[in-house]
Design a protein around this ligand. Structure first.
Ligand SMILES: Nc1ncnc2c1ncn2[C@@H]1O[C@H](COP(=O)(O)OP(=O)(O)O)[C@@H](O)[C@H]1O
Ligand SMILES: [Mg+2]
Length: 538
């Protein structure tokens, strides 16, 4: 998807504001250009005191009427870049959120975010350029050519001809920049990925005492990015030189022509001053336009890079409502992560509402992978997961909770982490926390339930995180629970409480528990185990 197509198809609620600002920019450009055009009246030989009055009033009213338009452009036009960039970021979030897990996992999230940032900020910047640059340039250029044609059709067509060459050369050179810019974008995103990866794991770096290793890696990424910046800039400088040479040709031809009119045909020297003023204005505009062209090609490249890994930005589909299901069936499933990795097989597995299933097996057998296949993150290469005889995972999306082994808390308050937008009395919440032996700890915190848990819940111990994760899942109140090693980080006492908690509160639900620790046998009458990466009933 090209940048402009991406822009036009994602303006959404900002579309009318965008159209209004472009229109205001257009009117303002016309007004601004007509100031020197009106002044050209001054060069007429029969200029009189009466002309003086009319001209003064005209110039003053042109100038004054431009002021409120420029105010609008500054207030609404300049803020538009930021509004649009934020809007696009949000749309990309929705888009990424709906991507298949395998596609998401193929790239580090920081790499993808860096690309989303380049596209959003780049397109936002282009919006401003459209208000300030494109409309102004288009209007000024047109009016300049008309103005020049009034003096001489030859000089107007010479300028027009050089302009056409300018646009052609500029476009051609911009095309040739694409691979260089694409590589720079990739290197920048890789550096961003490495930086965020290390910066978010800065405590791990300190724990291991590997600051030198981390800095060297970052330096390598920085050097590689800088090298590419220099390559792009060298190309850019050559491009600038060629384009300015063309400008010089147009400028010199026009000025020499004007000088000859003054020297040999008795034209007023004031005409030269006005011509130089208008020409400079147009020159500035066209220079800016050529920069915009370059930016457009760059943003096009960023968009292509992002589309290659995340697909085209789609209008987000409405969330399917949670529907009930009666039977989940896995038949002859085979899944592999590719390369040399072992194939995980599930010959026959069925879940019906109310089932309680325990899956055990050694580490690395494929237990977590099976949960991810069941919830639709991964699609098996062979066999199918059927929900009520249909291969449709959407049915499950609103009725399932995956409670992962590594709990993933958000950096929001404990209360928000647990309730996720739902309303629940503190009384009930405290009762549940007490059952999981978390209440006295939370009450000891300065801000209690309003304490923010830090990045990925770093202020909370692994065992506490896992219990919070379990409670969060319980409060979501879904029909199917896929729980991965719920007691992995716990001492025997806490483990017992968690087993009792699950047995008490999830007795009416469908529950699949993965655990290699004893304790869930009573709660789960159906037992399976992974042997040689194959799931078999025990
Ligand atoms: N995202 C992934 N990409 C590639 N290989 C993976 C991925 N996740 C897990 N694996 C590999 O698949 C195998 C099964 O992993 P997993 O399902 O997590 O095992 P378990 O939960 O039984 O410990 C392991 O060898 C693991 O290294
Ligand atoms: Mg696992």
């Amino acid at each position: 998807m090209s940048a402009l197509k991406l822009l036009s198809s994602n303006l959404d609620h900002l579309r009318s504001r965008f159209a209004l600002i472009v229109l205001v920019g257009l009117i303002d450009s016309i007004i601004c250009f007509f100031v020197p055009v009106a002044l050209s009246d001054f060069t007429r030989s029969d200029f009189s005191t009466q002309h003086f009055l009319t001209l003064s009033i005209l110039v003053a009213s042109l100038y004054l009427s431009s002021l409120p338009l420029q105010y609008v452009l500054r207030k609404w036009g300049e803020s538009f870049a930021s509004l649009f960039a934020s809007h696009l970021r949000l749309k990309y979030f929705r888009h990424l959120e709906q991507l298949p897990a395998t596609r998401l996992l193929a790239h580090h999230s920081a790499y993808v975010l860096s690309l989303v940032g380049s596209v959003s900020d780049g397109l936002g910047g282009l919006c401003v350029e459209i208000f300030w640059g494109l409309t102004r340039t288009a209007v000024n250029l047109l009016l300049f050519l008309i103005f020049a044609a009034r003096e001489s059709t030859v000089i107007a067509s010479t300028n027009f001809g050089i302009l056409v060459v300018f646009v052609a050369v500029s476009t051609r050179l911009s095309f040739r920049m694409v691979p260089l810019v694409s590589e720079l974008n990739h290197r920048r995103a890789s550096l961003g990925e490495r930086y965020i990866d290390f910066a978010t794991n800065i405590l791990t770096i300190r724990k291991l005492g590997i600051q030198t290793f981390a800095e060297q890696k970052l330096q390598l990424g920085t050097d590689s990015t800088n090298q590419q910046v220099l390559k792009v800039q060298a190309f850019h400088a050559t491009r600038w030189f060629i384009l300015h040479f063309l400008f010089g040709c147009a400028y010199l031809t026009t000025i020499i022509f004007m000088l000859s009119r003054i020297a040999f045909h008795g034209a007023s020297p004031a005409l030269l001053v006005l011509f130089v003023a208008t020409f400079s204005m147009v020159k500035g505009n066209v220079e800016r336009l050529s920069e915009n062209f370059k930016t457009l090609f760059e943003v096009n490249t960023y968009t292509a890079n992002l589309t290659a890994i995340a697909g085209e930005l789609q209008a987000s589909a409405p969330r399917p409502p949670a529907t009930s299901w009666h039977r989940i069936e896995c038949v002859d499933l085979a899944f592999t992560y590719g390369g040399q990795s072992k194939t995980i097989r599930v010959p026959n597995f069925t879940l019906t509402p109310g089932d309680k299933v325990l899956i055990s097996g050694q580490s690395g057998q494929g237990k977590t992978t099976f949960i991810h296949i069941l919830c639709g993150f991964f699609s098996p290469q062979q066999g199918r997961v059927l929900i009520d005889a249909e291969p449709a995972h959407e049915q499950l999306s609103g009725s399932t909770v995956v409670i992962a082994q590594e709990s993933e808390l958000f950096n929001i308050s404990l209360r928000d982490n647990l309730l996720l937008g739902r309303q629940l009395s503190d009384e009930l919440l405290n009762a549940r926390l007490e059952e999981l032996d978390l209440l006295s700890w939370i009450q000891s915190l300065d801000n209690g339930l309003d304490t923010r848990v830090g990045e990925r819940g770093i202020k909370v111990s692994a065992g506490q995180r896992q219990r919070l994760n379990l409670l969060r899942g319980l409060l979501l109140d879904r029909s199917l629970y896929l729980i991965d090693e719920p007691t992995a980080h716990m001492d025997p006492f806490t483990e017992k409480r968690v087993i009792a908690f699950i047995s008490k509160h999830l007795s009416s639900k469908t529950v699949l528990i993965v655990s290699h620790r004893p304790g869930f046998e009573e709660f789960c009458p159906r037992k399976y185990s992974f042997q040689d990466h194959i799931l078999e009933p025990i």
